[in-house]
Design a protein around this ligand. Structure first.
Ligand SMILES: *Cc1c(COP(=O)(O)O)cnc(C)c1O
Length: 382
């Protein structure tokens, strides 16, 4: 094996080098006009993102977490209302409903796509009703960059009269059939956290919707529940605005994002070829694309994941575990209801998954190095 080719888990430096002169100019423009709150870049970015996704409205806001909270507030949840969420996801998916006084109800995921299992959702709805709870909505998650099973899930949601939110914090730029993420369900929250496929240089997020009334409501909610102006307060809201300076950064990043999505897909395809037979490689459903927020593989059963991670690290290969503890087993969430079958798929995944370096600037020699490091780590265990 050749010497360590200096591998980043996510390489934001290479991306910055590519657009640095444009970023410098964009930041200078904001410093010159000085409209740090709700400056012209906000509207410009919102228009560009709406066009990019095909959604009618884009409402930029302060984080991915706040974008989910805005959706739930706009839906007018009452205390005790149940929102079904997958247990194998980032905590914010369940934190948002809990924070607004609703009840996150944990559902299992599918073993191949890692996304919410429609059958588990169906069972959970029945169980919730038996428990005397009031189901109100579903938050599906496009985990690791791949859209959830929206055809099945939206059918279930319609039959059961539940709203459907698609947590797209990891999937902006992906598609499902001929539609893009942002136009797959009534409300699509997303995140611009720096490590997401499309990130800014701080916290940020947005909500996409085609619904004029929900869009108006969220624009009010994100500025203290404003009416005609911010000193006319018609409802309880938040301070959840996006910063102008971050919007200026995002406009430059969005311009190169389609080419980055292509590059990510090439990296993932190559991983798939090199790793097949060695680890469980991720499966993208027929008709869908992924933006590969993470490249997450399943190690063979019985492999000691900690030693694999240590062996990779010793060779200079960064890796991460998304997610080591499913949300139903997190201390802060133990009191919330969950489907009664023990959520076996999520339990198994959280014990076996490992995410490898993934970004648009990963070179083939680096990828070869990562794969051979993983191969020898797995061989050491036989
Ligand atoms: C990152 C993430 C969020 C939260 O986004 P922030 O911008 O960090 O608040 C929500 N849901 C999922 C699935 C995420 O990955």
């Amino acid at each position: 094996m050749s010497s360590n080719p200096n591998i980043a888990f996510i390489d934001l430096k290479a991306q910055q080098e590519r657009i640095r002169p444009l970023l410098d100019k964009a930041l200078t423009r904001v410093l010159d006009h000085g409209q740090y709150i709700m400056g012209p870049e906000i509207g410009e970015l919102e228009e560009k993102l709406a066009a990019f996704t095909g959604a009618k409205h884009c409402i930029a806001c302060s984080s991915g977490t706040d974008s989910i909270i805005l959706c739930l507030m706009a839906k007018g949840l009452e205390p005790g209302d149940v929102v079904f969420v997958p247990t194998f996801t980032f905590v914010a998916t369940a934190e948002a409903p809990a924070l607004v006084g609703a009840v996150p109800f944990f559902v299992d995921v599918l073993p191949d796509t890692f996304n919410m299992d429609p059958a588990s959702l169906k069972d959970a709805i029945v169980e919730a009703r038996k428990m005397g709870l009031t189901p109100k909505g579903v938050i599906a998650v496009d985990l690791f960059g791949q859209p959830a099973e929206y055809n099945e899930i939206s059918t279930i949601a319609e039959q059961e009269d539940l709203f459907l939110i698609g947590d797209a914090a990891q999937s902006l730029g992906a598609s499902y059939g001929n539609r893009k993420v942002g136009s797959l369900c009534e409300l699509t929250p997303t995140s611009f956290f720096p490590a997401k496929p499309l990130g800014c240089y701080g916290d940020g997020g947005a909500v996409f919707t085609d619904d004029d009334d929900l869009a108006d409501l969220m624009r009010s909610l994100l500025v203290h529940g404003k009416g005609t102006d911010k000193y006319d307060n018609v409802r309880i809201g938040l301070n959840a605005r996006f910063d102008t300076i971050q919007a200026a950064v995002m406009i430059e990043k969005l311009a190169i994002f389609p080419s980055e999505v292509d590059a990510r897909d090439k990296v993932a395809a190559r991983y798939g070829e090199l790793l097949s037979g060695m680890a469980g490689v991720p499966v993208v459903a027929e008709g869908s694309t992924s933006v590969w927020a993470q490249y997450t593989v399943k190690l063979p059963k019985g492999v000691d994941r900690d030693s694999v991670q240590a062996a990779l690290s010793a060779k200079g290969v960064p890796s991460a575990i998304y997610y080591p503890i499913p949300l139903h087993a997190q201390t802060g969430y133990l009191s919330y209801p969950k489907i009664s079958n023990g959520l076996p798929v999520s339990e198994d995944l959280s014990a076996r998954v490992i995410s490898l370096p993934m970004h648009p600037y990963l070179e083939t020699n680096q990828q070869d190095y990562i794969v051979s490091a993983l191969k020898s780590a797995l061989k050491d265990q036989q």
